[in-house]
Design a protein around this ligand. Structure first.
Ligand code: PMP
Length: 426
């Protein structure tokens, strides 16, 4: 048990601790987690355990307290927990970079180790803008994305999140003005492909890059779309001299059923961001990969360096656990496991389709989504899931789950019941 009684801890939390998208002092009462193991969170109030349907915001793909990942951290801790990355390098970071290059779409050769997903997107944008500056095209500094996206909470990423009704609407007047295409339809439509082509052609002189979440738009609405649009983007970007960035922070490492969502289209972007599941959810780390074309372009510029260097860049603990997490993933038949999760979620969520207020039920890989025809009552929906022994975080009109890949069939069924309960209450 924690040293502080749960009631005191919550009072201090409310008074002093910011939570994501929270007011100060805090209003909502968070649940206190004491420990986590496998797919379960043990609650500090003595109420027992919850099956985690969220994988800690989609990152803990192997579950918690995994012996292999624990060992990787422990082993690295004995050697070196951190050292600056400027002028120094070390084996965990180099090994990680090599693994990422080997497993990602062909042509991505260079790796920047960032410390969060949002920063990896900032770095991606800087790479693209700097590339065009180096080539004497400084006017190419805008980004094109499609509506309904989410790329993080720092400045450039906020500017390419959904501009209407999105999480960053507050800043709409001061963020860089980007170019927005309509949100992509689920199935392939030639007219939408034409819409993308037309916008890229029209804005080509100003566009540094197109940036999208491939196949699944996550926090902007958990929407799926045809991978064929990625090929359309690749062709149009090539035809009009625009770089292509894929944000695979949510979709990478098998979540959609392929190692990267880009694999479903056979497309290599010029720049790719990964994060979340990179370290199996153990530590904060993300990465930005780019092709030699982009890296060489930057190196030919007046300022031939990428001017970004966070203090905790290439953190050895995070690098070591990321290597272990990748080895764990690739060392097993992960695709079959994700398929098994997909089947379990289809079964578990099918009951939600008949509930009142449900607009759509969709499943892809280890992602299950129920969309309602109204804003969910977050507190009531969360309580209902918890009463079923499941941790979920419903938002806007969505109740969804992205469970760890190790979730067993019984726990998947429980998650299905938790989702239905949340939908019924929300
Ligand atoms: N891009 C996408 C697609 C994401 O889903 C997220 C996080 N939800 C981010 C970027 C930002 O990552 P982070 O929260 O690690 O900054």
């Amino acid at each position: 048990m924690p040293e502080l009684p749960v009631r005191d801890l919550l009072e201090l939390d409310r008074r002093h601790v910011w939570h994501p998208y929270g007011p100060m002092p805090g209003r909502a009462e968070p649940l206190v987690v004491e420990s986590a193991s496998g797919v379960r969170l043990r609650m500090a109030d003595g109420s027992g355990e919850l099956v985690d349907g969220m994988s800690s915001w989609w990152s803990a793909i192997h579950g918690y307290n995994h012996p292999v990942l624990n060992e990787a951290v422990r082993d690295q801790l004995e050697r070196m927990s951190h050292v600056m990355f400027g002028g120094l390098t070390h084996e965990p970071a180099v090994r990680l970079a090599k693994r990422l290059v080997d497993m990602s779409p062909d042509g991505l050769e260079h790796v920047f180790l960032a410390d969060s997903g949002s920063v990896s997107v900032e770095v991606a944008v800087k790479m693209c803008l700097q590339y065009w500056r180096s080539l004497g095209r400084p006017a190419k500094q805008r980004l094109l994305t499609w509506r309904g996206g989410y790329h993080g909470d720092t400045w450039q990423p906020m500017s390419v999140c959904d501009p209407e009704g999105g999480m960053h609407e507050l800043w709409s007047g001061v963020l860089p003005r980007q170019v927005f295409a309509d949100a992509p339809p689920v199935a392939y439509e030639e007219s939408y492909a034409d819409h993308l082509r037309e916008l890229i052609e029209r804005h080509a002189d100003d566009l540094a890059a197109v940036i999208v979440e491939p196949v699944v738009q996550g926090a902007g609405g958990m929407r799926f779309h045809s991978p064929a649009y990625l090929r359309v983007l690749r062709e149009a970007c090539d035809a009009h001299g625009v770089l292509l960035v894929f944000d695979e922070i949510a979709t990478g490492f098998g979540r959609t059923g392929t190692l990267f969502a880009a694999d479903q289209a056979g497309v290599t972007p010029d720049v790719m961001c990964v994060g979340k599941a990179l370290t199996g959810g153990y530590m904060t780390m993300a990465a930005t990969l780019c092709t030699s074309r982009v890296a060489d372009g930057i190196s030919r510029g007046e300022v031939p360096v990428l001017a970004h260097g966070p203090t905790f860049m290439g953190n050895p603990l995070a690098s070591a656990v990321a290597c272990a997490s990748i080895d764990l993933l690739l060392g097993q038949d992960w695709a079959t496991e994700v398929k098994r999760i997909e089947t379990g979620l289809r079964e578990g969520l099918s009951a939600a389709a008949d509930l009142p207020g449900v607009r759509d039920v969709r499943v892809l890989g280890a992602i299950g989504v129920v969309q309602l025809d109204h804003e969910v009552d977050m507190a009531a929906a969360t309580r209902a899931a918890v009463a079923e022994g499941v941790w979920l975080r419903p938002f806007r009109d969505l109740v969804y789950t992205m469970p760890p890949y190790i979730t067993g069939d019984d726990d998947l069924a429980r998650i299905g019941r938790g989702v239905c309960a949340a939908v019924g209450a929300g």
